[in-house]
Design a protein. Structure first.
Length: 117
């Protein structure tokens, strides 16, 4: 069974920063793509950023230049450094990992990020 443990959410003022972490664990777990998604109230869940096992990154346009995704393959951990936060970044943030071979996706429990104006 794969488990994802997220941390780092919270309340911050506009212009501030937060760093999210997501650690994956499980027997014989080999991960390919790791990513962060977010869902604001009344909106669909959207991809924020993802990163391949080789380090290729992808960002939604609204966070480019402000957010940075990274990963530590030895620890099966993905990070999201969020700078210059805006009120519209307020959402529940979820990490997702894809397992090698099975291509199964696993989701974290979500962490709340609230940006006050």
């Amino acid at each position: 069974q794969v488990q994802l443990v997220e941390s780092g959410g919270g309340l911050v003022q506009a212009g501030g920063s937060l760093r999210l972490s997501c650690a994956a664990s499980g027997s014989f777990l080999v991960i390919t793509t790791m990513g962060w998604y977010r869902q604001a109230p009344g909106k669909q869940r959207e991809l924020v950023a993802d990163i391949t096992s080789g380090g290729i990154t992808n960002y939604v346009d609204s966070v480019k230049g402000r957010f940075t995704i990274s990963r530590d393959n030895a620890k099966n951990t993905v990070y999201l450094q969020m700078n210059s936060l805006k009120p519209e970044d307020t959402a529940v943030y979820y990490c997702k990992v894809r397992a090698f071979l099975s291509n199964n996706d696993y989701w974290g429990q979500g962490t709340q990020v609230t940006v006050s104006s």
